[in-house]
Design a protein around this ligand. Structure first.
Ligand code: ZN
Length: 121
């Protein structure tokens, strides 16, 4: 099988809800979001899928987060906007957009150069 990856960066703020009545201070990250997809067969061009298709698709999914406060955007108005949950939401939204031949392997969300969360099934 083949896997390809692409990534994009989004500047967004969040404020984690911790114990009841206790939360983090509002702060931002330049979130680096990397998606990996796979296919068992290549298309007629020899692609898992065109990077020029996958890149804009990932970008469109995360564009609503650009310069936004994640806590105000569904589902993060309800679900804690952790890197873990952001990775899951992007994974699910990207999965819904792909043709049947291609599936999402993982989505990684990096808060900084040292800390990342990765979601896969
Ligand atoms: Zn943070």
């Amino acid at each position: 099988m083949w896997e390809i990856s692409t990534e994009t960066v989004v500047a967004a703020a969040h404020q984690l809800r911790l114990a009841p009545g206790e939360g983090e201070r509002l702060h931002g990250h330049n979130w680096r979001i990397k998606a990996t997809v796979r296919a068992n067969e290549l298309d007629s061009r020899g692609f898992v899928m065109d990077f020029n298709e996958l890149g804009p698709m990932l970008r469109a999914l995360v564009e609503p987060y650009e310069h936004a406060f994640l806590n105000e955007i569904a589902p993060f108005d309800d679900v804690n906007p952790t890197a873990e949950n952001l990775a899951r939401v992007v994974f699910e939204n990207l999965s819904a957009k792909l043709e049947a031949r291609v599936s999402v392997v993982s989505v990684e969300v990096w808060e900084n150069d040292a800390c990342a969360a990765r979601f896969s099934r």
